[in-house]
Design a binder for this molecule. Structure first.
Ligand SMILES: NC(=O)c1ccc[n+]([C@@H]2O[C@H](COP(=O)([O-])OP(=O)(O)OC[C@H]3O[C@@H](n4cnc5c(N)ncnc54)[C@H](OP(=O)(O)O)[C@@H]3O)[C@@H](O)[C@H]2O)c1
Length: 250
């Protein structure tokens, strides 16, 4: 199969790339900086592209070069996140998040649709976040972008199913990626139910194989989110904001 992964240069995206490569598939990955890719060995079936997903023309060029009308799977792992509430974010940080998590995702969905539509088949996996499953005031802009992404992917699912193109929405809990470690000074001890990138990759690949509409993991986080999402909004907001305060104060 031919699989393209945006944000495949580190973290969850890179772990997915490695698992597909080990299984003998052709993989294309992109990120803004391909120099950061760290691999334990060479993979002849891997192609890398320096691309910002916000640049639709450049992204299209890369995906077309890789897939040439025959793209089996597209995985949207490119994501921009920080741990800050809106008032602590700079204008540049907020716009980077919106450009990558929303516009970049739409660019990727559009490009995938155009290529997959040629053969009337394909699968797209959109990596959102469990934080996008909860709706409460004062959530971070990151959570809001992921919530919007879930809605956008769902709308594309309806539009694309008649063309034989399936969409899996993925909502991970905490995954021990370089970015998450960087944001938490290498200390993830206060984060609940953390899993590693390898585990995340295998759950995501299984969800794609089984053509699941939605994959939420790990299970403990899935049940916690399920419980939180039925709480009244005021109680949910109180719990979520208290949790953030507790984490910040140690
Ligand atoms: N780790 C978690 O706990 C967690 C939990 C829930 C959801 N997620 C989501 O899972 C995805 C992967 O997260 P991760 O933790 O593995 O993060 P990561 O290690 O920071 O990886 C993010 C990837 O996206 C790329 N990227 C960022 N902005 C981009 C842009 N504008 N254009 C192209 N590529 C871009 C990065 O490469 P460059 O910087 O070189 O561009 C990198 O390859 C993200 O969508 C994230 O929101 C993560």
């Amino acid at each position: 199969m031919k699989i393209f992964i945006t944000g495949g240069t580190t973290g969850i995206g890179l772990a997915i790339a490695v698992q597909y490569l080990e299984a003998g598939h052709e993989v294309g990955i992109c990120g803004r900086n391909i120099q950061k890719v760290e691999l334990e060995k060479n993979y002849p079936l891997l192609k890398m592209y320096s691309v910002d997903v916000y640049d639709k023309d450049l992204l299209k060029e890369a995906v077309s070069d890789f897939a040439d009308q025959n793209l089996d799977i597209m995985i949207l792992s490119a994501g921009n996140y920080s741990d800050s509430a809106l008032h602590q974010l700079s204008y540049a940080e907020s716009t980077e998040m919106l450009k990558c998590n929303i516009v970049g995702a739409i660019n990727t969905l559009e490009i995938s649709r155009d290529i997959m539509n040629i053969n009337k088949k394909g699968h797209i996996a959109v990596i959102a976040s469990v934080s996008g499953l909860l709706n409460y005031p004062k959530a971070t802009i990151y959570s809001k972008t992921k919530r919007a992404l879930i809605q956008i992917a769902d709308a594309y699912r309806r539009a694309l199913e008649d063309f034989g193109i399936h969409i899996t929405i993925v909502a991970p809990g905490y995954v021990n990626s370089p970015r998450l470690r960087e944001l938490n000074n290498d200390d993830l001890s206060k984060k609940p139910f953390v899993v590693d990138c390898k585990f995340a990759a295998s759950i995501i690949i299984k969800g794609i194989e089984e053509k699941k509409e939605m994959v939420v993991f790990p299970s403990k986080m899935k049940y916690l989110i399920g419980f939180l999402s039925i709480l009244p909004t005021r109680l949910l907001t109180f719990i979520m904001l208290k949790r953030v305060k507790r984490q910040k104060n140690g």
